[in-house]
Design a protein around this ligand. Structure first.
Ligand SMILES: [Zn+2]
Ligand SMILES: [Zn+2]
Length: 238
């Protein structure tokens, strides 16, 4: 073992043929790890921008044109979340684009950066996907989850062309679509299960953030109106 400015060095020898290239164990390994972690953070941040860009321009501005926009606006019609085959398609698309971004970053920077960037992009997406689903399905468990839900349900029930970012508000501030929600008015027929108690009222712990409006029941006519308004990027009426 030899030490130099870059740390411990191992000279490897196979039979009569020494491998001339030294393996700088600790320095190289820690540098590679650092590059992967930094590139991973950059990849996740890059996803974050796309979380905004896709949601605003590819989903809402296209008003139902194309599969992504149609699926997303259908999500607005009911404001529910459930697993279906289309989600698998989205996951596949995100994983493949992650591989593409990783390949590009690998070509421009280094293989380690490529791996980190691609994995960071995919991880960023799944972080978003998980928290978006949970926002619809279960009550908040901390301050950030509370914020995320108020921010996102203002997007659903207050103004669908605001608050496109789900996990962070940064890009809404940058592109001028941020709106402070205030108390979110939720139509009873579209209310999240975790928001409502057995009597159909807002649970006391959420009363400062949400109020229920309109009737709890719906019919074909109301469903048609909800659909038309969602596809026109308008909030559902009480
Ligand atoms: Zn949603
Ligand atoms: Zn939306």
């Amino acid at each position: 073992m030899v030490y130099d400015a870059r740390g411990p060095r191992v000279n490897v020898q196979f039979g009569l043929f020494p491998i001339v290239k030294h393996v700088h164990v600790s320095y190289d390994a820690s540098m590679t790890l650092l590059i992967i972690v930094a590139a991973g953070a950059a990849g996740a941040f890059w996803w974050c921008l796309f979380e905004y860009v896709l949601h605003r321009w590819a989903f809402h501005e296209l008003r139902g044109w194309g599969i992504g926009s149609r699926e997303h606006l259908n999500h607005h019609v009911t404001s529910g979340w459930r697993f279906d085959a289309m989600i698998l398609l989205a996951w596949l698309g995100v994983v493949l684009t992650g591989v593409g971004w990783g390949w590009a970053a690998g070509a421009v920077v280094s293989p380690a950066a490529g791996i980190g960037f691609g994995v960071g992009w995919i991880a960023g997406y799944f972080f978003y996907e998980y928290h978006h689903a949970m926002a619809h399905l279960r009550a908040p468990r901390n301050r950030w989850e509370r914020w995320l839900r108020i921010h996102h349900f203002h997007h659903h029930f207050g103004h669908p062309l605001s608050n496109h970012g789900v996990t962070i508000p940064l890009w809404d501030h940058v592109f001028g679509t941020y709106e402070a929600p205030g108390v979110v008015s939720v139509p009873r027929r579209l209310a999240m299960v975790w928001l409502v108690d057995d009597n159909g009222e807002v649970r006391p712990e959420f009363a400062a953030d949400y109020r229920l409006v309109g009737a709890a029941t719906t019919d074909e006519r109301q469903a048609g109106i909800d659909r038309a308004r969602a596809f026109a990027n308008l909030e559902p009426l009480p």
